[in-house]
Ligand binder design. Structure first.
Ligand SMILES: Nc1nc2c(ncn2[C@@H]2O[C@H](COP(=O)(O)OP(=O)(O)OP(=O)(O)O)[C@@H](O)[C@H]2O)c(=O)[nH]1
Ligand SMILES: [Mg+2]
Length: 391
């Protein structure tokens, strides 16, 4: 299945049905009271996270999604049907962003979670609602309000605990192959990996974490070089990053310079991502003698002025990979549950949220009498309800 992690769609909620102006007419009841029903509410559009999906490709092909309109009210006090809601299935990890306002509507991070993205219109009121002691034959009604329309951007952010970062050919895919059952392609040319891969690492029975391998990053990626930095967004939800460095690059380039370049790109993309816990992992130690490794690692760490964790491994011969994955598991399990995902999230306001409030005070201001019934024979004095006025 093709991996697509971005799609722009348009969602349209249904309009509310309008109220109806009607009067009761029956044999022997020629001049009955008002009996126009209310309209039905318009259907809303929701997104629902579904763990069986892993791409947004369907939304590339179908861009418009509309919920049903509420039907109009009818005579004999019949209320119109509410429009059906539309529920769009999206992969877990999807984020919805309003394109116009650039505000985030929300993240769908657990299976079955639902998110309202366009609220249906509120129903109009029928003329029965306007009857009063002074107006026994109201010809007023209100129209349903329009459903919300939004252009939204869907963004799929993979949910992984650990993200891999590094130059092309550093051995990221080889590493994920050696510690999990994922089988991404490995080859000795840059940009072998074109889309992110996830692998489940199981260092101890019943205890696991998810690791994400993304395409390699090169200098200038923030300006579009190579595959750019668009895949970095998949690391946003990771709790730790592994910066994989090829200790013995075949092209003779200096690992210090390339490591610096990666960190610079990371900072350009997002200071928040750059501030995540990051471990330096030197790969391909099988190509050097042990004392050469120690010496080189010391030099690089010193030149980078790196003070964090340092590991060495050979993803190819699986030397040190087991140890690294156990350490990662312990580290992740010890981390307190991260709640900064919720930070800064505002309640998103939907258009008709407060529609009911204050409505009754000004019912009559809202009416529309453009299509009142044409009932010439209606005479208010003949109205068949006895009204007793208090003195
Ligand atoms: N000798 C040796 N070779 C390795 C090791 N790890 C990876 N390689 C080789 O390095 C090359 C690149 O490996 P990949 O795993 O495809 O590298 P990558 O970082 O995923 O590269 P991109 O997907 O292009 O970003 C392959 O030819 C691997 O066989 C290692 O530990 N030792
Ligand atoms: Mg790769």
């Amino acid at each position: 299945m093709k991996f697509v992690d971005e799609a722009n769609i348009r969602v349209e909620a249904g309009d509310g049905g309008s109220g109806c102006v009607s009067f009761r007419r029956e044999k022997y009841v020629p001049d009955g009271g008002p009996d126009g029903g209310d309209g039905g509410d318009g259907g809303s559009v929701f997104l629902e996270a579904n763990e069986n999906l892993n791409t947004l490709i369907d939304y590339r092909f179908t861009r418009f999604h509309m919920a049903e309109r509420g039907s109009n009210g009818r005579g004999r006090d019949c209320t119109g049907h509410a429009g059906k809601d539309l529920v769009l299935q999206v992969p877990v990890g999807t984020r919805a962003i309003d394109i116009e306002t650039e505000e985030s509507l929300g993240d769908l991070t657990t299976h079955g979670q639902k998110l309202l993205v366009a609220k249906g219109g509120f129903h109009g009121l029928g003329n029965t609602r306007f009857k009063s002691s002074t107006n026994r034959a109201p010809r007023q009604k209100t129209l349903g309000t329009p459903g919300e329309v939004r252009e939204i951007k869907l963004e799929l952010l993979l949910l992984a605990d650990v993200g891999l970062l590094g130059l092309p050919n550093a051995g990221k895919s080889t590493f994920i192959r050696s510690v999990s059952r994922a089988t991404p392609k490995v080859a000795d040319y840059p940009f072998t990996t074109l889309v992110p891969n996830l692998g489940v690492v199981n260092p101890r029975p019943g205890q696991s974490f998810v690791i994400a391998d993304i395409p390699g990053l090169i200098e200038g990626a923030a300006d579009g070089a190579g595959l750019g930095i668009r895949f970095l967004k998949h690391l946003e939800r990771c709790r730790a990053l592994l910066h994989i460095v090829d200790i013995n690059p075949i092209d003779g380039s200096d690992p210090v310079e390339s490591a610096k370049a990666i960190v610079a790109e990371l900072e350009k993309y997002s200071p928040k991502l750059a501030a995540k816990p990051r471990w330096l992992v030197f790969n391909k130690i099988d190509l050097l003698f042990e004392d050469e490794v120690v010496e080189k690692v010391q030099r690089i760490v010193k030149e980078l002025a790196w003070e964090g964790e340092v590991f060495t491994m050979s993803a190819y011969s699986r030397q040190g990979t087991e140890e690294l994955s156990v350490k990662l598991l312990d580290y992740i399990q010890a981390l307190p549950v991260d709640d900064d995902e919720q930070d800064g999230e505002k309640e998103v306001e939907f258009k008709w949220d407060n529609y009911h409030q204050g409505k009754d005070d000004n019912l009559n201001e809202n009416y529309d009498d453009s299509d009142d019934l044409d009932d010439d024979d209606f005479d208010e004095d003949d109205y068949d309800v006895e009204v007793i006025y208090q003195r």
